[in-house]
Design a protein around this ligand. Structure first.
Ligand code: PLP
Length: 294
């Protein structure tokens, strides 16, 4: 595989960054995860927009225009011949001196990796996931804003570790007040009495692009869908629960903290939304003509 590294396409083994990169030393940088489905890059413009918004918020000037960044993503896929891939875009502050001061960093480092990523084994999309809630709290909006997709994902890593220690693959984070925020790298939805609900992002969640896609689908199909503040109790007594994310797509949840959700199998709304989501992944997005037929 070829990796885009500061304007060049280099083999994976040569795709290395300096130990003096502030992304490595301080988590000073931002990233995006994007998917390409049968040659269609899903909501590429939205991902690029979020990347530039994250960059603006941390005063990081990306040395490419948004259009050039889009083109580089497409070119990375083309060069690798991947019609189906997960794309990881990283922009770090770049190489500098030891010490936090970003002014010592001459130029940001831009990386685009395209690879296959299987977040959860296929069987869990059919039978659903068991998850837990964890002690690790989501960072709150007046600290490091969760809307910034920064390279500081230690909280999220801790969530994964807590989940693993509980014998499951994913977990829900609460915020400092105990309201449900999101998973380690995905947003959460409940279905109750025919209504689809997800926590407002101001509680401390990323404004997920998959989350927005699900809201769009509900609006288009006339399914009641709203942002709602909820507690663990609300999750336990929901009819259906599912997670959304670029890597996870839509995945049903059938057990939360040993409370069986609904009938303990993926519910009808979740299954319908999975189908609708799969449809739009190959309809919407930036088409790469030579990869579409692959
Ligand atoms: N929440 C967090 C913390 C994430 O890192 C991600 C992944 O991008 C998501 C939610 C889901 O967002 P999206 O659907 O844009 O991938």
């Amino acid at each position: 595989p070829l990796v885009y590294l500061d304007g060049e396409y280099v083999p994976k083994s040569k795709a290395v960054v300096s130990v003096f990169d502030h992304g490595f030393l301080y988590g000073d940088g931002i990233f995006e995860g994007i998917r390409c489905y049968s040659g269609n890059v899903f909501r590429l413009k939205e991902h690029i927009k979020r990347l530039y918004e994250s960059a603006k918020s941390i005063l990081l000037e990306i040395p490419l225009s948004p259009q050039e960044m889009e083109d580089a993503v497409v070119e990375t896929l083309r060069k690798n011949g991947y019609a189906n891939a997960y794309i990881r875009l990283v922009v770090s502050r770049g190489m500098g001196d030891l010490g936090l001061d970003p002014r010592s960093c001459v130029k940001p480092c831009v990386i685009i990796i395209a690879e296959q990523l299987k977040l959860f084994p296929q069987e869990f999309y059919e039978k659903g996931l068991s998850i837990v809630t964890v002690a690790t709290r989501r960072n709150v909006p007046d600290a490091l804003n969760p809307k910034i997709k920064s390279l500081n994902y230690l909280n999220n890593v801790l969530v994964k570790l807590e989940a693993q220690r509980a014998g499951v693959m994913e977990a829900l984070m609460l915020n400092h007040e105990g309201y449900v925020c999101e998973g380690s790298g995905d947003n959460v939805f409940l279905v109750k009495d025919g209504k689809v609900m997800t926590p407002p992002t101001y509680l401390g969640a990323l404004e997920g692009i998959t989350r927005n896609a699900i809201i769009d689908i509900c609006n288009r199909l006339g399914i009641p869908c709203e942002e709602k503040v909820f507690t663990r109790h609300d999750v336990y007594v929901a009819d259906e629960v599912f997670l959304t994310g670029t890597a996870a797509e839509l995945i049903p949840v059938i057990d939360v903290d040993s409370r069986v959700i609904g009938e303990g199998k993926p519910g009808p709304m979740t299954e319908m939304l999975i189908k609708e989501f799969r449809k739009i992944t190959v309809q919407e997005g930036t088409k790469i003509p030579e990869l579409v037929s692959k």
